[in-house]
Write a protein that binds this ligand. Structure first.
Ligand SMILES: [Zn+2]
Length: 264
């Protein structure tokens, strides 16, 4: 059973509706390999060293700072760092905006959560909230700090098919300034577009996306090694897959479409 990321309340019309947030994603670190020493096969301790004296720096002697110019640092006062990083965990979410669902760019979300009622007493309130949001096609915008000292995020609560869902959004300053392509001088002929359309629909399996249909090769390789380790079997290296050749796109498209016509 998944562990909840957060439990607290949504404050609605002055009343707390208690919920637990479960992340839809497993944390990445959970099923990785451990780093062990070659001599004993035991876990390794991380030692933080002073780069001037090469001596170990104890945790209470480590400080935070800012690189003010290349290779030059300024140490921050401890209480400043504590004040910055000591954000309190959200106990109750305050609704700051009720927004139309279609004004949310879901491509930007950084985390996905299911909000389940915390105890049967909250079941009906959560379901009413879900149904009201579904009917209005709106979402609740709140601000969320899941753990003490963790970064805050904008949390958008919206209606799912059977659950109340929530997604974290980055703040504007966290968005990367990705470039836009400029296709304003590109002329697309109807025939060229038709060829691309035909290639997309004829050369590939077209159908609804099913998350279960796509398996991780990395995970399969790792799981095999983990299983061999657990079973006390010899641990074998997986075979490396061959790199595919990269053909000329238009020529390859034409060739593939011609081959289809011959076959049909
Ligand atoms: Zn050792």
């Amino acid at each position: 059973m998944a562990r909840s990321t957060w439990s607290g309340a949504i404050t609605f019309a002055g009343f707390p509706i208690a919920v637990k947030a479960y992340s839809m994603h497993k944390s990445a670190s959970k099923d990785g390999f451990k780093t062990l020493c070659e001599c004993h096969g035991e876990p390794i301790a991380q030692v933080r060293k002073c780069t001037t004296t090469d001596k170990e720096v104890a945790a209470d002697q480590q400080r935070k700072g800012v690189e003010v110019s290349k290779g030059a640092y300024r140490t921050l006062p401890r209480d400043t760092v504590e004040a910055i990083e000591g954000g309190e965990r959200s106990a109750a979410l305050e609704i700051e905006l009720v927004c139309p669902l279609d004004t949310l760019d879901m491509r930007l979300t950084t985390g996905a959560y299911v909000l389940v009622p915390d105890g049967p007493a909250n079941l009906k309130s959560v379901e009413l909230m879900r149904q009201a949001l579904a009917k209005l096609q709106r979402a609740l915008v709140t601000r969320w700090t899941p753990r003490a000292g963790s970064r805050d995020a904008t949390l958008v609560i919206h209606p799912g098919e059977r659950n109340l869902l929530a997604n974290t959004f980055p703040f504007e300053f966290q968005l990367n300034d990705a470039p836009n392509m400029d296709a304003s001088n590109v002329t697309v002929q109807p025939g060229e577009l038709a060829m691309f359309e035909q290639a997309m629909t004829a050369l590939y399996t077209n159908g609804p996306f099913d998350i279960a249909a796509f398996q991780s090769d990395f995970n399969a390789r790792r799981q095999k090694a983990i299983q061999q380790a657990l079973d006390g079997q010899p641990i074998t290296a997986p075979a490396a897959p061959a790199a595919p050749a990269v053909p000329d796109l238009m020529a390859a498209l034409q060739a593939s479409l011609d081959a289809q016509k011959v076959a049909a």
